[in-house]
Design a protein around this ligand. Structure first.
Ligand code: ZN
Length: 336
């Protein structure tokens, strides 16, 4: 039997109306003996309908979700909602405050910390609260990621192949409703400990995204996030407003697949990366994706990294320097 979560919400999830508050997580430290981490949360509830749980900044250096959700929390009114919307714009709040992927407190990668522990590190305590308190409240779960400082993606919403085909169909219907420029059948290289897995194991309709990256948010990708969040809430029947006239129709999204681990290319050398293809460009198996130049001295040949599949470049390493083991490219296959 697990201990109760040490996190106390300052909002009442059963109350109608709009509430802005915090998940208060005790964190005793040098500069605050009885201090807490204060994770902002908004609950908007009215009438009867499903519950959506919306999160950004699961990784602290990914900004489209945080911008879209701080904006939604500030603008959504109870009379627009049938059901309940729970908004946590910055899920790993210490990492978000520091502008880093992982928490500066315990180096915890929240998206590798599930299901979490009530008696663990700060990051594990956040994961445990989502697993045991917030996910059970939700029907629909959307977690908005981007590439962070080290990856950049073509903008897509995504779901996973699941053993429960009814659940899988619900997830992909929500991905289609998001209507990002791309929609992905996503393969995870490291699914253990992910929030995605925790939500899917509880039978939730789960949508994730990758909407850009590089440790910033762009106007285009922020607009995709803002539009996509409302599109999915409309799809769930929680929002009844008309979609904006300038919204991208769901049919316009291009479906991509990640059929095997051959999609990923990992650096086997460290050095200076020379991109040979840009995001979204078509590639064929054997095409050169990138070269890595040794930087210790001149006169050495670069190593070459080639596509193993036909598709488009869906993700790439963002910084100019690369280390052995870094993911340098992801090729997504185009579904016809
Ligand atoms: Zn992420």
């Amino acid at each position: 039997m697990l201990a109760p979560s040490p996190i106390t919400p300052t909002v009442d999830f059963e109350r109608d109306g709009v509430q802005h508050g915090f998940l208060r997580l005790p964190y005793s430290r040098d500069d605050s003996a009885w201090g807490s981490v204060m994770i902002p949360i908004t609950v908007v509830r009215s009438g009867t309908g499903p519950t959506a749980l919306l999160t950004g900044a699961n990784h602290g250096d990914e900004y489209e979700g945080a911008v879209a959700l701080f904006d939604l929390a500030q603008t959504l009114t109870a009379d627009q909602v049938a059901g309940r919307v729970i908004i946590v714009p910055a899920m790993n709040y210490p990492a978000f405050q520091a502008g880093t992927r992982t928490s500066p407190i315990d180096k915890g990668n929240l998206n590798r910390s599930f299901p979490g522990r009530p008696d663990g590190t700060v990051t594990q305590k956040i994961a445990d609260y989502f697993t045991r308190e917030l996910l059970p409240l939700a029907d629909l779960v959307m977690d908005i990621h981007s590439g962070g400082k080290t990856l950049d993606f073509v903008p897509f919403a995504a779901a996973h192949i699941l053993p429960d085909k009814d659940q899988e169909a619900r997830c992909f219907a929500a991905v289609a409703a998001f209507a990002a420029p791309y929609s992905m059948r996503m393969l995870e290289i490291d699914a253990v400990g992910m929030y995605d897995t925790a939500a899917e194991e509880q039978g939730k309709t789960f949508v994730t995204t990758e909407l850009g990256g590089g440790g910033t948010g762009r106007a285009e990708t922020i607009a995709i996030a803002k539009r996509g969040v409302r599109n999915v809430l409309r799809h769930a029947g929680i929002l009844a407003d008309a979609p904006p006239a300038d919204g991208q129709p769901a049919e316009a999204s291009r479906w991509l697949d990640m059929p095997s681990a051959d999609c990923f290319r990992f650096a086997e050398d460290s050095g200076l990366i020379e991109a040979c293809v840009d995001l979204g460009q078509p590639v064929r198996a054997g095409d050169l994706l990138a070269r890595i130049h040794p930087i210790g001295r001149t006169g050495l040949a670069p190593s070459e990294y080639r596509a193993a599949l036909d598709g488009i470049l869906a993700a790439r390493h963002f910084p100019g320097l690369v280390k052995a083991g870094d993911c340098i490219a992801v090729v997504g296959t185009v579904e016809h």
